[in-house]
Design a protein around this ligand. Structure first.
Ligand code: ACO
Length: 317
């Protein structure tokens, strides 16, 4: 399987750390030093579906395919306004597709899990062309009265079109049931029968534990995925890491003993866009002409679950 087109879309509203410090007990200095984030894009006038559609249409255009030539759509999303139908159904018509699809929720590791699913479908002969759309609006489930999570998360969408063929070399997925470190509990409708009803609550995060698990799991996953691909860390051209915190990326880089220039970031501009962060970064790197045929890309992501995933691919065009 290979990627034949990418696209991304971000909200028009840029919110700086100083903007946040005007209503939260925080500062540009603290956020920059602890996370690497300077500003983020947050949904204001657009909807998440607008971003998802824009990213998908750009990826289709780059691939040279029309929507009706797709065999399947996979959407990665943690939460959006519609619990049902799935985001893939909402987007199908907007992008001119006719095929079936599904939504997955593997938190911030959704993109790599979607790649794994797409690769498995292609290997089974069920599809030749698959569109993955990662579209996330975590700003809608953070608590904006608190500084814990609202300074980190941001909105955005990234998409890739995949075709059968060579390129995807290995994937490694991990999961440990550990809900309490990071969760968003949605409020369901009232029924006349339920006893002891619990209200929902915005995103809860134990930042230090998430940080620790992310660094150790990401390093392990990358080593396993590289070994499965028959490669060494030094063979990698770029490590495309989930943009969660610049210090997490820096810690993984140090543990792998790899140079800084192999770990591109855009968290400074966009914050943590959950499962959309890697496809947005990939799209930006391609637009900047930084990725070339034959390059080895290693990707790693982690998130609520606790889940993590890494994969290795060779760039084919
Ligand atoms: N502004 C100013 N001060 C703050 C803020 C803030 N936004 N948040 C916490 N502080 C204060 C704390 O109260 C504490 O003060 P004290 O020393 O007086 O007690 C001090 O700063 C240090 O707080 P810590 O929580 O220990 O700070 P830490 O260095 O761990 O940074 C952070 C917090 C940025 C959340 C970090 O733990 C982190 O990034 N963790 C990983 C989070 C993450 O990546 N989540 C998403 C991954 S999964 C996914 O993407 C879904």
């Amino acid at each position: 399987m290979k990627i034949i087109g990418t696209g991304s879309a971000l909200p028009s509203l840029a919110v700086t750390n100083n903007d946040l410090a005007s209503f939260l007990d925080t500062s540009d200095e603290w956020i920059t030093e602890r996370t690497g984030i300077k500003e983020r894009r947050l949904l204001s006038t657009e909807t998440l579906y607008d971003l998802a559609e824009e990213a998908a249409l750009k990826a289709l255009k780059a691939s040279g395919l029309r929507g009706d030539q797709l065999d399947f759509i996979i959407c990665s999303n943690v939460a959006n306004r519609f619990i049902t139908p799935g985001m893939n159904c909402i987007l199908q018509e907007k992008i001119g597709a006719k095929c079936a699809g599904l939504d997955i929720n593997v938190a911030c590791a959704g993109f790599i899990n979607a790649l794994m699913l797409a690769d498995s479908m292609m290997q089974a002969g069920r599809a030749q062309h698959i569109l993955i759309i990662c579209a996330e609006e975590p700003s809608k489930y953070c608590n904006w009265d608190e500084r814990d999570t609202s300074i980190l998360f941001a909105d955005g969408a990234g998409a890739v079109v995949l075709a059968a063929g060579d390129g995807f070399k290995s994937v490694h997925l991990s999961m440990t049931s550990n809900k309490d470190v990071l969760y968003y509990e949605r409020c369901m409708e009232k029924t006349p029968f339920e006893k002891n009803r619990k209200e929902g609550q915005p995103l809860v995060m134990r930042g230090r534990e998430v940080f620790r698990m992310a660094v150790s799991q990401s390093t392990k996953d990358l080593k396993v995925a590289l070994a499965e691909a028959g490669l060494k860390p030094s063979d990698v051209t770029y490590y495309l890491m989930h943009q969660a915190n610049k210090r997490i990326i820096e810690s993984v880089r140090t543990l792998l003993d790899e140079p800084e220039e192999k770990f591109p970031t855009n968290i400074e501009k966009y914050g943590n866009t959950s499962s959309a962060s890697i496809p947005i970064l990939l799209d930006e790197m391609l637009a900047a002409g930084k990725i070339h045929k034959g390059d080895i890309l290693a990707m790693s992501a982690f998130g609520a679950g606790f889940v993590s995933a890494a994969c290795v691919m060779q760039w084919m065009y």
